[in-house]
Design a protein around this ligand. Structure first.
Ligand SMILES: *Cc1c(COP(=O)(O)O)cnc(C)c1O
Length: 485
């Protein structure tokens, strides 16, 4: 299987090259040239690692089968995902939550960020690349910890994470600064997330840094969600969840199921689109946004307009105005790199672009958009806790709110649940009408008493874990930090 660029159909590379380089030379994203077929019955009865192996082998054809087997078995092991990889939790009649937060950092990003580092190390082997890879990550919270946990201890890789000083939740900060491993570093950056992100981007574009690193046989790379290696592992749980619905008798073999996805950068939901194109009987993909509802408007009108106020919400991992992975969908519905390039150039120049009615129409056959404000998400948390005894985090609540607006189809719907409620214990407690203690561990304990949900070990142990990283730097010093890794 070859990969091409969303902006240049003349490009053809293997999966290893797509994963090692992350972004195409023309600025486009790597996409598979054709989509493999996989009928759901091909994964019935398989474990999660076996399902992963099956799906990945269809896309990563230049990777050794033994490698894929060993990697998926160790990454999606019962130990690493608490025996709940791809766990489907029935919530109400014809309504389930696909709980994707039983991994080491309690957010769905573990599915990709536990596996991708191994795909990267193997890509280097496949390409006989013996250089040192330095990963730089600017994070507003979830990605930083998930990346640290995924890259820690791997050969030939170093990782530095930069988070805005006082811009993350206390739980997220503690998760990062207690990270173990010799090849990791974590820095607080004076300023907000944009300052950290702009600082990191500047280092990537700095020719002097590239030269200095090249002299040490090293290069920079990112753990960004546009890397194909982060997207492909997410296709797996669509297949696995469908197989579980059939096994439990919730749906019949071949019956159409809708999926509703809390969306930020459009990666998670796009994986569902790939699953559908491969042969999984997916009906609608409901794209759920918070108050930053660029995608809702786009899927209703065909106008993508990022020139709008940016809101900070209780679902921070969805606070995004430019959803990078949408570019891949535009490519797959048009098959026209020239046109995609035109829209992306317009977006870069003016902050907006418009797709014509026929392109919008094709997207609307699969995608429906909806959005929820913080108050609506909080009400949703309270409502499902009361009526179904189910507790969810604010990101997942945005999706349950949007799902309810489209609940009249008679089809079974799976809502992707992307974070443990304990990662956002304060907001969840407040939504449930409880007072919120200022100490986060007291808030976690209050939520445990209120809901009876077990507290994930990895969050509970933060209370006594040693803080390893205490440095705060200016954004201008990120290059220095990267070079001194
Ligand atoms: C990253 C994230 C999302 C958004 O996923 P995308 O792939 O960026 O659309 C939703 N919820 C949580 C908890 C996340 O961490």
């Amino acid at each position: 299987m070859k990969y091409t660029s969303t902006r240049d159909s003349a490009l053809h590379v293997d999966a290893s090259m797509a994963i090692l380089t992350g972004i195409a030379p023309d600025g486009g994203l790597f996409v598979p040239e054709e989509l493999p077929v996989c009928m759901p019955s091909e994964v019935y009865g398989l474990t999660y690692p076996q399902t992963a192996q099956k799906v990945l082998s269809l896309f990563l054809t230049d990777y050794d089968a033994d490698f894929l087997k060993a990697a998926t078995e160790s990454v999606y092991s019962a130990e690493n995902f608490g025996g709940k990889a791809g766990f489907v939790h029935p919530v109400a009649n014809r309504l389930c939550a696909l709980e994707l937060w039983h991994g080491p950092t309690c957010a769905f990003k573990d599915y990709a960020l536990q596996l991708m580092p191994r795909l990267l190390v193997q890509a280097k082997k496949n390409l006989r690349d013996e250089s040192l890879t330095k990963i730089l990550v600017a994070t507003s919270g979830d990605t930083g910890k998930a990346a640290l946990a995924g890259y820690a201890g791997l050969d030939g890789i170093q990782i530095a994470v930069f988070y805005p000083d006082s811009g993350t939740s206390e739980m997220q900060r503690l998760q990062m600064v207690t990270q173990e491993g010799e090849n990791v570093a974590v820095y607080a950056v004076n300023g907000n997330f944009d300052d950290a992100q702009t600082g990191v981007k500047r280092v990537f574009a700095d020719a002097a840094v590239t030269r200095l690193l090249a002299a040490q046989n090293a290069h920079l790379s990112s753990a960004n969600s546009i890397n194909w290696g982060r997207l492909v592992p997410q296709i797996v749980y669509y297949f696995y969840s469908y197989a579980q619905l059939v096994a439990s008798g919730t749906v019949k073999d071949g019956e159409t199921v809708d999926y509703c996805v809390p969306t930020g950068n459009f990666g998670d939901i796009l994986a569902g689109y790939y699953a559908k194109r491969m042969g999984l009987p997916v009906g609608h993909l409901l794209c759920a946004s918070n108050k930053n509802n660029v995608l809702t408007e786009f899927l209703r009108t065909g106008v993508y307009d990022a020139n709008r106020k940016f809101y900070k919400t209780t679902s921070p991992s969805m606070d995004i105005l430019v959803s990078s992975n949408l570019e891949r969908l535009l490519y797959h519905v048009t098959n026209d790199a020239q046109r995609v390039r035109g829209w992306m150039e317009e977006l870069a120049r003016t902050g907006r672009y418009t797709v014509p009615a026929e392109v919008l129409g094709v997207m609307q056959e699969t995608f429906l958009g909806g959005c929820a404000e913080d108050g609506q998400a909080a009400q949703t948390i309270a409502q499902y806790h009361k009526s179904c005894g189910y507790t969810m985090d604010p990101h997942t609540a945005v999706a349950f709110y949007v799902q309810a607006e489209h609940a009249d189809t008679g089809r079974t719907t799976v809502v992707l649940s992307t974070a443990s409620p304990y990662k956002f214990a304060g907001d969840v407690l407040a939504a449930l009408g409880e007072s919120v203690p200022t100490d986060i561990f007291a808030a976690v304990e209050a939520l445990r008493i209120k809901t009876g949900l077990p507290v994930p070990q990895s969050l509970a142990e933060l209370k006594t874990k040693k803080v390893r990283f205490t440095r705060t730097i200016d954004a201008a010093d990120i290059a220095k930090a990267a070079l001194s890794l």
